[in-house]
Design a binder for this molecule. Structure first.
Ligand SMILES: CC(=O)SCCNC(=O)CCNC(=O)[C@H](O)C(C)(C)COP(=O)(O)OP(=O)(O)OC[C@H]1O[C@@H](n2cnc3c(N)ncnc32)[C@H](O)[C@@H]1OP(=O)(O)O
Length: 158
């Protein structure tokens, strides 16, 4: 039975978390690994909202650390699906740090996560197609497809 297409708006997510001293690296700003953890968390949430199944992270790539995040900042993560193939889903994540004293928000990170939906036996399984409505959604999908093909080429080289 073919799965009903779903829009990216149905699964998109925003998450805000406060950064504490326990999230810091020895230099005093937020540890990159903590930001990656939050990226992985929100990507998994978006993927499972879309496929309504267990989904695992297959890759996290093109992670940019553009500016440092300070302890005390709120970390605001926005994530949405760009592209889906048979069992894999590409999620784009943008991270901003909000200075809670000034309200100034700074784009600090961008990343792509690929999640793969698994069936009851832990094998990759079909996900609903992505419903593409706007020109922006069609552009994101086409670019996501190119990145997926590039990832496949790179995996073959390993
Ligand atoms: C949210 C979490 O914390 S999960 C924990 C961390 N993640 C994990 O433990 C996942 C460990 N990895 C795995 O279990 C496996 O490698 C899987 C499930 C990701 C892929 O399994 P494979 O047996 O390689 O499956 P297969 O080769 O059929 O590929 C399935 C799909 O995954 C995609 N895929 C596989 N490996 C990767 C990768 N490294 N990067 C991106 N996509 C990938 C394939 O392109 C394919 O996509 P498609 O079905 O849309 O065409």
């Amino acid at each position: 039975m073919s799965l009903k297409p779903k829009s990216a708006d149905e699964s998109k997510a925003e998450m805000t978390v406060r950064m504490f001293p326990s999230d810091a690296n020895p230099a005093g700003n937020v540890f990159g690994g903590e930001i990656l953890r939050q990226i992985d968390l929100i990507a998994g949430l978006v993927a499972q909202r879309h496929c309504k199944r267990n989904a695992v992270t297959a890759s996290i790539d093109r992670v940019n650390f553009l500016k440092p995040v300070m302890v005390g900042n709120a970390l605001i993560l926005n994530a949405r699906l760009n592209y889906v193939s048979r069992s894999s889903m590409e999620i784009e994540i943008h991270v901003e740090a909000e200075n809670l004293f000034t309200g100034v928000k700074t784009l600090t990170n961008t990343a792509y996560v690929t999640s793969v939906a698994l069936d009851e036996n832990g094998r990759p399984t079909d996900v609903p197609p992505l419903l593409l409505v706007t020109d922006d959604e069609k552009k994101r999908f086409a670019e996501g497809e190119q990145r997926m093909l590039q990832r496949k080429r790179e995996r073959k080289q390993h």
